[in-house]
Ligand binder design. Structure first.
Ligand SMILES: Cc1cc2nc3c(=O)[nH]c(=O)nc-3n(C[C@H](O)[C@H](O)[C@H](O)COP(=O)(O)O)c2cc1C
Ligand code: SF4
Ligand code: SF4
Length: 251
């Protein structure tokens, strides 16, 4: 089984690790020319951004050719997935294939402009994240089939959200004087959007994933509109694993 994933704060990677198989980080293959993937089972796991997969995941799905007996996708989200998985199936159908199993999984919402991380962590039991993760893992082990439904109002609201750009260019991020120029923000960035010289420089192709903000060891990167200065990394995922997944500065 091959499981493709995209992650910034580890939620999606934690789920991928629970499911198992050969885990492949989408940022590591996005520039590759080999886009044909064949296995008995293939899965795609990603965070929901404004009711849709992240831009890089959409680019990956546009060019990937999957050959599998069982194809699944999981969208991790923090509050409202909208019609994300429904639209994902529609997109797949246009490309000539269908997902056999689609599901979304409620986890900590890492969107700092709206959510406070301590409150999100406290809500985990209420969100039933652990139970739902176990159920999804079992479903995939048993090769269950499940479609994705979305009512007309949900589809309409999701279409409105789709107009909101989450892939801001990071120019609004504030780097304070706690920064030690360690370069970790550049290594956790899936978009190769950060270069650390005598300062932290952001380019213009940000995915808006907030990995740099959440994972700076000095907590030196801030948003003007963040709800608090608390940050999030999933407890089953290490900083080292996020770097291995997202670092695109290879020698
Ligand atoms: C830019 C951005 C947009 C987001 N949009 C949504 C959303 O529309 N609905 C939602 O429920 N969660 C949203 N989230 C929360 C994430 O989908 C959620 O925390 C996810 O599990 C993070 O996964 P990761 O840790 O693998 O990156 C958003 C997060 C970010 C950073
Ligand atoms: S990770 Fe934080 S401390 Fe390190 S270079 Fe980036 S902003 Fe500075
Ligand atoms: S600059 Fe920060 S928010 Fe933008 S893609 Fe890179 S890590 Fe994500």
């Amino acid at each position: 089984m091959i499981v493709f994933y995209f992650t910034s704060t580890g939620n999606s990677l934690a789920v991928a690790k629970r499911i198992g198989g050969d885990l492949i980080s989408i940022p590591q293959v996005i520039d590759g020319s080999d886009t044909h993937y064949k296995d008995e089972a293939i899965g795609v796991i990603f965070p929901v951004y404004s009711g849709a997969p992240p831009r890089m995941v959409r680019q990956f799905l546009d060019k990937a050719i999957f050959e599998a007996d069982y194809l699944f996708a999981i969208g991790t989200y923090g509050n409202m997935p909208g019609a994300c998985m429904y639209n994902l199936q529609k997109g797949a159908e246009k490309r000539g294939y269908r997902f056999d199993y689609l599901n979304s999984l409620l986890m900590v919402d890492n969107f700092l402009p709206v959510f406070e991380m301590d409150a999100q962590i406290a809500k985990l039991p209420e969100k039933k994240t652990e139970e739902m993760t176990a159920r999804i893992v079992a479903d995939i082990q048993n090769r269950e089939h499940k479609g994705a439904k979305a009512s007309l109002p949900v589809r309409a609201v999701t279409a409105m959200f789709a107009g909101m750009k989450t892939d801001k260019n990071a120019q609004g991020y504030i780097v304070n004087d706690q920064c030690t120029k360690c370069g970790i923000c550049a290594k956790v960035c899936p978009a190769k959007n950060i270069d650390v010289t005598d300062r932290v420089n952001f380019s213009g192709h940000c995915e808006g994933c907030l990995a740099c903000v959440h994972l700076c060891p000095q907590n030196a990167i801030h948003l003007k509109n963040e709800k608090s200065d608390k940050r999030w990394l999933h407890s089953e995922v290490s900083l080292h694993e996020i770097i291995a997944a997202n670092n695109r500065y290879r020698d």
